[in-house]
Design a protein around this ligand. Structure first.
Ligand code: ZN
Length: 401
């Protein structure tokens, strides 16, 4: 079998495993037959996935109460329940200016959470030391022993090569380029670490717990100090050949525009990221204007603030329209800092999408704000760990040995 095919079977199995875990989480107690019905998976697939979960200690069997003495005749169905307390997961979200850590059980119920501000131009090693400290503190808050942690997921605001785990050199996070981040954090924590970019994690979180729960094809657009898209296609996160899929912030919108931090001119980020909005309003609203103030003033009806947010929405919509024409998703979910503007931003996007996308494509795609807010990325980091628990467990055993 060619390696690509084996890889896609492997990721399909992980997705199916997540579906089974979700059914168990939603129902509390459920039979194998019912899991097959709810997930659409075959009985043999369900049995094999359940057997794996049982051997990892994540699923326990119990006879259905009341039917144990066979009152209905025949063999009582065996109910399964997910032992969410059998393990814990750690999520780490590195933003441009914040660090957020959460500890959850395996049902993604948050047990403890901490945040800390971060210098935009922080040194990567300093950042990793701080993350490791914050993880230890958050585990203590949650009362969870490190031995119980099956893995840590980590989100970075930049593309991550899934092959060697390095941060790509597109000048998103200057201090981090070329660093093997997962390895470095794993060394400090002695917990297996998986790293992905924050837009991918936002997509995963909104698909698993948020606005996209019922969608199999969705685009998550993160609009903060950087802009990026996470793509869920056919129920799976699509990363591209080198983890660069969804780098929407660097799509050219104004050939003669200002220079972007990537070195090109007129990228979408230079007109629609939060920093661009702040720059636009400095002359009229004063040097100390911040994105928080802009959002607040726009809600109160300040014409200039409403205007720049609407215009950012229009620029985002024009670029998103191409994505809708190419991918035909069911939903476009907007997250990140600017999503807090709600319809002030989304109306501008809908206007451009209406103009630039095929009518059928734009009618078929709902444009909504994410529902997980600023926690989307850390929740996605936790989902990454739970969905990849099969890959993480052996690593953990190897580390323990
Ligand atoms: Zn750029």
């Amino acid at each position: 079998m060619p390696p690509g095919r084996a890889g896609s079977l492997e990721s399909l199995r992980r997705l199916n495993r997540l579906r089974v875990i979700r059914a168990l989480r939603d129902e509390g107690q459920i039979s194998r037959a019912e899991i097959a019905r709810r997930t659409g998976l075959s009985r043999s697939t369900v049995s094999s996935l359940v057997a794996d979960l049982q051997s990892d200690g994540l699923v326990v069997e119990r006879p259905e109460p009341g039917l144990a003495h066979g009152s209905s005749g025949g063999r009582p169905p065996i109910l399964l329940s997910f032992d969410a307390s059998a393990g814990a997961a750690v999520g780490v979200d590195f933003g441009h200016s914040h660090l957020r850590v959460a500890v959850s059980d395996l049902a993604s119920t948050i047990l403890a959470e901490r945040t800390r501000p971060l210098d935009t131009d922080h040194d990567a090693f300093e950042g990793l030391e701080m993350a490791a400290e914050l993880v230890v503190e958050t585990l203590a808050d949650a009362g969870v022993a490190k031995e119980l942690v099956i893995g840590a997921g980590m989100g970075l605001p930049g593309p991550v090569d899934q092959g060697d785990g390095t941060v790509h050199s597109s000048a998103i996070l200057p201090g981090w380029i070329g660093m093997t981040v997962a390895e470095e954090l794993q060394k400090r924590l002695e917990i297996p670490v998986m790293v992905d970019n924050d837009a991918n994690l936002g997509a995963l979180a909104e698909a698993a717990f948020g606005a996209g729960r019922d969608a199999t094809d969705l685009v998550y657009l993160k609009v903060s100090s950087g802009i990026g898209a996470g793509l869920i296609l056919n129920g799976r996160l699509y990363r591209g050949s080198a983890g660069l899929a969804g780098e929407l912030g660097h799509v050219l919108v104004h050939p003669e525009g200002i220079v972007c931090r990537c070195g090109n001119r007129g990228c979408l980020e230079t007109v629609a990221a939060t920093g661009a909005l702040v720059d636009l309003l400095r002359r009229s609203h004063g040097d100390d204007i911040t994105i928080e103030r802009i959002l607040e003033a726009a809600r109160e009806g300040d014409a200039g603030c409403v205007r720049v947010i609407h215009d950012a929405g229009r620029a985002l919509g024009t670029v998103a329209a191409t994505l809708l024409n190419v991918l035909n998703p069911e939903m476009l979910i907007v997250g990140g800092h600017l999503a807090a503007a709600g319809d002030l931003l989304l109306d501008g996007m809908r206007e451009s999408i209406g103009r630039a996308a095929l009518p059928e494509t734009s009618r078929g795609a709902q444009v909504v704000a994410g529902v997980l807010g600023e926690r989307a990325h850390v929740l996605g980091a936790l989902a990454l760990v739970v969905s990849e628990a099969d890959r993480v467990l052996p690593t953990r055993l190897a580390l323990a040995g």
